[in-house]
Design a protein around this ligand. Structure first.
Ligand code: ATP
Ligand code: MG
Length: 403
């Protein structure tokens, strides 16, 4: 069902004020932290709405946004974690005649055959009980439109909230993303490749309130500028949920070439990933981030068997979060499609993990062998060089500083 809600007048000069009402998500269960949650949510909304023209009002129960461009704002709010639902509503005086007239106006733009009315009377000083309000409004609807009441599966649910500041009438509630406000948990470092899994891992972390910086390993000339731009596009898509994400690009060529020169072929990927973890850990310390996040999924490739994960993970004490570890590829793809990263992820550019793939990568690597192979070359200065020459790429089209 689709319709246009009229914004115009009810009784000649009196305007119905159309605004967005935002219902908070999971934070309502966290009583002690409520204030911090709401303030962060407001900050996040402000950074995602940028320069748009709007006014925001909030208390511990609800948030309202006034704007002349409610459609645009509503779309952007659908990417803000911590919002349970977004409601286009009309603010009216708490007067049943005015509410009834307004309701008829609102419903003129709506097609429906069945409906129900739900009333919440938060302001108990309003003299008419909720059930009676619903009954009266139901009568008004039945009188003016060819329709029936259906309390179980109505085409349309008309909702009225009577509060101290006015009566709020709405018929359309858009589901928000839920989750926690981004940043409430601090920041993690996402290893972002151009693949399908890591952007999904990033999205799921953002959903739990973890803000991100993204780390991308590039090996030019073996990997191309297109590959890097693809990762930048993915980071930009993720940034719509945060507003604060930075992309850090590690120049990985010299270290990767040294690995290929010194390590037996079956172990090159294992050692390469141990080096990636070392670099990521030192970036996390340097930038005061909390955890490492990646798109590893158990058993997906040789470097993601539990044995491989153990020897790779053993180079760091920093907690590693793997949001898609237990998902099937199809489940991951479903989320990638939903968040619009899929089409970008499947563009056919190479990644440093996919160039020079060994024919038979080791499936159950041994830690002693890793240590022995790594002792064959002096990798410390190469690691240091990688960290020191990280480029911070702004998601707004210009290069920024060196780390
Ligand atoms: P994705 O897992 O993102 O779909 P992929 O499957 O090609 O890409 P894998 O080889 O499975 O990548 O690597 C596992 C994880 O390691 C990735 O999800 C990502 O977090 C990280 N990773 C791989 N290559 C890179 C890279 N070039 N830069 C940063 N992180 C990387
Ligand atoms: Mg993968």
């Amino acid at each position: 069902m689709w319709y246009n809600l009229p914004v115009e007048t009810v009784k000649g000069e009196e305007k119905m004020q159309k605004l967005l009402l935002i219902k908070y998500g999971e934070l309502t269960t966290k009583k002690g932290n409520r204030k911090t949650f709401i303030q962060l949510l407001v900050r996040n909304i402000q950074s995602i709405l940028g320069n748009l023209d709007y006014q925001i009002h909030y208390d511990r129960v609800r948030m309202y946004i006034e704007s002349d461009d409610i459609e645009t704002i509503s779309k952007k709010l659908q990417k803000v974690f911590g919002i349970h639902s977004i409601v286009e509503c009309f603010k009216l005086h708490t007067n049943m005649d005015e509410i009834s007239t307004s309701l008829v106006e609102v419903l003129k733009g709506v097609s429906f055959q069945t409906f129900k009315v739900e009333t919440k009377r938060a302001d108990k000083s309003f003299p008419i009980p909720s059930m009676e309000c619903s009954r009266q409004l139901g009568g008004v609807v039945l009188k003016n439109f060819p329709c029936k009441v259906d309390v179980h599966h109505p085409d349309l649910t008309i909702q009225l909230e009577i509060r101290k500041e006015g009566a709020f009438l709405y018929v359309r509630e858009i589901a928000g993303l839920g989750g926690y406000p981004v940043g409430i948990q601090g920041k993690g470092l996402l290893m972002l490749s151009g693949g399908i899994d890591s952007p999904v891992a990033g999205y799921l972390s953002l959903k739990r309130g973890v803000d991100l910086e993204c780390l991308y390993f590039e090996s030019p000339p073996h990997t191309s500028l297109e590959a890097k731009n693809k990762v930048k596009s993915l980071a930009t898509i993720l940034n719509a949920y945060s507003g604060n994400i930075k992309l850090l690009v590690v120049p990985f060529t010299a270290l990767q070439e040294a690995i290929y020169k010194n390590v037996p072929e079956s172990y090159v990927i294992t050692i390469m990933r141990r080096m990636m973890y070392r670099i990521a850990s030192s970036v996390i310390q340097k930038r005061r981030l909390k955890v490492l996040i990646n798109g590893e999924s158990i058993g997906q490739v040789a470097s993601q068997t539990l044995s491989s994960m153990c020897v790779i993970n053993s180079v760091t004490n920093i907690p590693v979060i793997r949001p898609v570890a237990c998902m099937d590829k199809l489940e991951i793809i479903e989320i990638a499609r939903k968040i619009d990263t899929y089409e970008t992820s499947i563009l056919p550019y190479e990644d440093c993990c996919t160039i020079f793939l060994p024919k038979h990568p080791v499936i159950h690597p041994e830690l002693e062998k890793c240590i022995e192979y790594e002792s064959r070359f002096d990798y410390e200065p190469l690691l240091q060089e990688c960290v020191e020459n990280i480029e911070v790429v702004s998601l707004k089209e210009k290069k920024e500083e060196l780390l």
